[in-house]
Structures are given as structure tokens and as C-alpha cells.
Design a protein around this ligand. Structure first.
Ligand code: G3H
Ligand code: 13P
Ligand code: ZN
Length: 315
């Protein structure tokens, strides 16, 4: 059993009106928590690694832990670089065994984004690795890049077609109202589904059949885990994510990959806070990390069932 690319995952997801979950990983408990739920549902999954995670856990450890997860479960797993910053980082990920990379040039002007993305695509494709890239700007913070709500811009459908054609990317991350982090909406949640439809139709009309779309910043910000954090000493006030039914709708459309990290962070942090508060004398990391792992499994179980619809997508 080896790691796979996302090509076949996305083809089946598009045709089956579901999406594959892309979860950010940083350590063993997060990987096991995700995989335990995927194994129960026989759901394919994308385990993704940010530049920060690459530095924290180190590429070799990450790849070997993910290979262990594949050996343990037999589930289809793609190992993906999330928000790759430049060609050097993409090369490091590919040399470390990643099967999919994202290049995020969304903060550059359009022509520069096209040029740099194409460079990444040429390199990655020569190594059999698929490429996701982003057009439009999501609000929020990831790694060193921070985009204010005022600077966020939605993806232009005509430009999306030009971008996919000229770069040769395999999937496109779009901005339609989602944002990174725990504070996504001040008022009512709103996603621009008409824009998603228009992007999909224009890609189809331009000859890019069933082109896979990616949704970043798609945590629901589960209120049970927000409350768990706050009840046990945390201060996460006013956190709000994307409603489940909106994510489910996106998954039934052209969105084939849904990115979630914040929900995992909340589940892990809430669990650890709870155990350490309830049992102040506890010093065994397996007790609080084990609780975190169990709650991540419950979270991912809910995502597969209520959001992604990806059960039985792994063989
Ligand atoms: O989109 C960003 C993810 O939440 C990763 O966050 O860069 O802090 O690891 P990170
Ligand atoms: P969230 O912050 O909504 O979990 O988004 C994560 C993400 O998009 C990773 O690339
Ligand atoms: Zn993202």
C-alpha cells in the first residue's frame, strides 16, 4: 500500500457529489484520530502539512507516520503540502514523499501568480505529483501570511479559466466567503454559491471537464469544542465557522476537497484543557493526548457523515 495522488479521489468525488476531507496534521495523535474515523467509514482522506507543521514535526517523521497510517488502515491517503510558499518548499515536500502540493501565490499580482504557479506545475508533474493553487484571497491568517477582511477578494470566474489553462494545475482553490481561523463571520454566514456555479460552468465550457474545486477555511468551528475550551479556562469568544449545511451543499457541487484545521485545534485544545482541569494531578501525557485523539475521531466521524459524504470512497 502506498500513498496516492488526489487524481482518482477527485474524479470519483466530483461524479459522486461528495468531497474528500483535507485535515491538517502536526503530530501522531492527530493523524491517528483522523485515520480511526476514516477506517470505520472506509473514507479516502487527504492529510495536509503546512510550512509551520513541516518545521515543527519534520518531513521524514510526517511521511513515516502517514505511511504507518496507510499500512495500519489500508485507506487511500494523499500526503499534501498546504499553502506551499515557493518552489524550494515544494521541492522539499516532493523529495520527502508528498504526493500532492499546493502552491499559494494568491498574494502576488495575477501575472506573477501565473508565472510562479506554472514553474511549480512543471516541476511537480515531472515527478508525478499533482498541484493545487489558489486564485482570489481568503481573509485570515495562515503561517506568516495575514489577509484582512478588507483585502480579501473573491475569485473571478473568467480569470479562473485563464489561470487553470495557463498554469496546468490539477485543482483550484477559490475564495467565495470562507476564511482561515476561528473567527469567520461577524454577522450571518454567507457563501457565494452563484460564483461557485459560474466558475464550474465556465471551466466546463472551456473544456476542463469536472474540474475539482477546493474550499479552504472550511472549519465549522464546532461550538461544543469552543465551549469545552472556554469552560476549562480558555478564552475563545465569538468564534464562528461555516454552517454544516453550507459545507454539505458545496461538497455536492464541484468542491472536491474541503480543508479543515481549526476544528481539529479546538477539539485537541478543549480535550487537553478538560482533562488537566478535571484531574489537576494528571501528569501522564497519554491521558490528555488520548482524550484529544478520541475527540478528533468523533469530530472527523461527524465530518464524513454530515459534511463530506465520503464514506466508502476508499476502494
Ligand atoms: O491554512 C492554514 C492552516 O490552518 C495551517 O496553519 O500554518 O499555523 O500550521 P499553520
Ligand atoms: P480552517 O482554519 O477553517 O480550519 O481552514 C484550514 C485551511 O484552509 C488549511 O489550508
Ligand atoms: Zn488554507
Amino acid at each position: 500500500m502506498a500513498l496516492v495522488t488526489t487524481t482518482n479521489m477527485f474524479k470519483k468525488a466530483f461524479e459522486g457529489n461528495y468531497a474528500i476531507g483535507a485535515f491538517n496534521i502536526n503530530n501522531m495523535e492527530i493523524i491517528q484520530g483522523i485515520m480511526d474515523a476514516c477506517a470505520v467509514h472506509k473514507s479516502a482522506v487527504i492529510l495536509q502539512v503546512s510550512g509551520g507543521a513541516l518545521k515543527y514535526a519534520r518531513p521524514t517523521y510526517l511521511r513515516k507516520m502517514v505511511e504507518a497510517a496507510v499500512e495500519d488502515t489500508g485507506i487511500d491517503v494523499a500526503l499534501h503540502l498546504d499553502h506551499g510558499s515557493d518552489l524550494a518548499q515544494v521541492k522539499l515536500a516532493i523529495a520527502s514523499g508528498f504526493t500532492s502540493v499546493m502552491y499559494d501565490g494568491s498574494h502576488f499580482d495575477y501575472e506573477e501568480n501565473v508565472r510562479l504557479t506554472k514553474e511549480v506545475v512543471d516541476y511537480a508533474h515531472s515527478k508525478g505529483v499533482v498541484v493545487e493553487a489558489e486564485l482570489g484571497k481568503l481573509a485570515g491568517i495562515e503561517d506568516a501570511v495575514s489577509v484582512s477582511a478588507a483585502d480579501a477578494t473573491y475569485t473571478d470566474p473568467d480569470q479562473a479559466v485563464d489561470y487553470v489553462k495557463r498554469t496546468g494545475i490539477d485543482s483550484l482553490a477559490i475564495a467565495i466567503g470562507t476564511s482561515h481561523g476561528a473567527y469567520k463571520f461577524k454577522g450571518d454566514a454567507k457563501l457565494d454559491f452563484e460564483r461557485l456555479e459560474s466558475i464550474t460552468k465556465k471551466l466546463e465550457d472551456a473544456g476542463m471537464h469536472n474540474f475539482p474545486i477546493v474550499l479552504h477555511g472550511a472549519s465549522a468551528v464546532d461550538q461544543d469544542f469552543v465551549s469545552m475550551c472556554n469552560e476549562f479556562g480558555g478564552e475563545i469568544k465569538g468564534a464562528k465557522g461555516i454552517p454544516l449545511e453550507m459545507l454539505r451543499k458545496a461538497a455536492s457541487m464541484a468542491v472536491c476537497k474541503i480543508n479543515m484545521d481549526t476544528d481539529l485545534r479546538l477539539a485537541m485544545t478543549g480535550s487537553i484543557r478538560k482533562v488537566l482541569t478535571q484531574i489537576p494531578g494528571e501528569i501522564d501525557p497519554r491521558k490528555y493526548l488520548g482524550e484529544a485523539r478520541n475527540n478528533i475521531t468523533k469530530l472527523v466521524d461527524g465530518k464524513i457523515t454530515n459534511v463530506l459524504g465520503s464514506a466508502n470512497s476508499s476502494k
